[in-house]
Write a protein that binds this ligand. Structure first.
Ligand code: PGA
Length: 312
């Protein structure tokens, strides 16, 4: 492998990621014959085929999969090295890869604003997904840091809470329960309920509460996004339980209100986590510290003050 060049490995990594020489060529601003030639030379160096063509699709061979994993580790190390060197030069620069659960998308971009202004050399890639998909990304070590409300119990992780994330009961503003206070929890079983999709952490928290109280709710609709659920609530399709933060930017004229139900809000937190043994890059460490030291205050000054508070 000493004869293999970094350039060849870069070309191979892009082709493996896209399962296509054409798309690798597009990404790297190369011609397709150049990509084919680089991979041919690399294949010769390795001494085993790296790709196989089945029908019109391109697949990695076993040797190709091994090389692909090696390339990912290699490029990760190189980018860590670049960030460390930049840090030694007094600069914070590099990439920050974050994955957050859907409820955090209402707050995290507000926290990224001042962070990116302070560190203009840091580029951020933010993935928003549900709880289960976030755990898949964590297991595959795809990002630097993850933000979620229910840290996994069976994985070795480093985990710190940084902000509250309460769940509240929401209904249309003109809903008959809107004017009532201290609504008993079992009363909710009489209302059509709009539920998040399987795999959602919000759904799991709601289910646990109702299961613990042996209350059977009537799920009328299942929707895969908080925004779609809010539209369905406003459209009088039913009530739901969502993070209070989904009401950010709703304003005083919102068609959604928070019901005063006993046992609510369900108090939860957002946690910033990463695999326990993971060597955080300089950039990831900087964001980790920023979240813990300043996240709450900045969230309160920006987005949280816009949110109508739940009834006490
Ligand atoms: P979810 O997670 O998007 O999977 O519902 C949100 C949360 O747990 O706060």
């Amino acid at each position: 492998m000493r004869q293999a060049t970094l350039h060849q490995l870069k070309v191979f990594e892009a082709a493996a990621r896209h399962s296509s020489f054409t798309r690798a060529a597009e990404e790297l601003f190369l011609t397709q014959p150049t990509v084919s030639m680089q991979i041919k030379q690399l294949t010769k160096t390795v001494g085993l085929p790296l790709f196989e063509q089945v029908g019109r699709r391109l697949y990695l061979t076993e040797a190709g999969r091994e090389l692909s994993t090696t390339c990912q580790q290699l490029f990760e190390q190189i980018s860590q090295f670049e960030m460390t060197i930049a840090d030694m030069k007094g600069l914070k620069q590099g990439n920050l890869r974050l994955t957050v659960v859907t409820t955090a998308k209402y707050v995290i971009p507000r926290l990224l604003g001042p962070f990116c202004q302070r560190y203009p050399g840091i580029d951020v890639s933010l993935t928003v997904t549900n709880h289960d998909q976030l755990l898949d990304r964590l297991t595959a070590n795809q990002d630097d840091l993850y933000i979620l409300s229910q840290p996994p119990e069976n994985q070795d992780i480093s985990c710190r809470p940084f902000l509250e994330n309460p769940l509240v009961v929401m209904a249309a503003s003109n809903h008959p329960l809107a004017k009532e206070s201290h609504i008993p929890l079992p009363r909710l079983a009489e209302e059509p309920f709009i539920m998040r999709e399987p795999g959602s952490g919000t759904r799991r928290a709601i289910q646990k509460l109702f299961d613990d109280q042996a209350i059977a709710i009537k799920v009328r609709l299942e929707l895969g996004s908080n925004e779609a659920i809010k539209q369905a609530i406003a459209g009088n399709l039913g009530i739901s339980v969502l993070s209070l933060h989904t009401l950010a930017l709703e304003g005083a004229s919102s068609e959604i209100t928070i019901l005063d139900v006993e046992g609510f809000p369900i108090q939860r937190h957002w946690y910033v986590i990463h695999p326990a043994g993971k060597q955080l890059s300089v950039v990831a460490r900087t964001f980790f510290t920023y979240l813990l030291d300043e996240g709450k205050a900045i969230a309160e000054q920006t987005v949280l003050k816009l949110i109508q508070k739940p009834a006490a």
